[in-house]
Design a protein around this ligand. Structure first.
Ligand SMILES: [Zn+2]
Length: 54
């Protein structure tokens, strides 16, 4: 069985999270951004990162 390498140019987790409602506040929406220099989705209202990749 072959393990799938994670492609750094294609991040389905970010794509899946992008545009979702923030779970930490009522008005925010997750947008693609960077957090500490890494790709992430961050709430546009409260700046809470929804996901990040190292
Ligand atoms: Zn938020």
């Amino acid at each position: 069985m072959q393990r799938q390498e994670r492609d750094p140019t294609s991040q389905p987790v970010i794509a899946a999270l992008e545009g979702q409602e923030c779970s930490f506040c009522d008005e925010g929406e997750l947008v693609r951004n960077t957090y500490k220099g890494n790709d992430a989705v961050i709430c546009d209202a409260c700046d809470t990162p929804g996901a990040q990749f190292w």
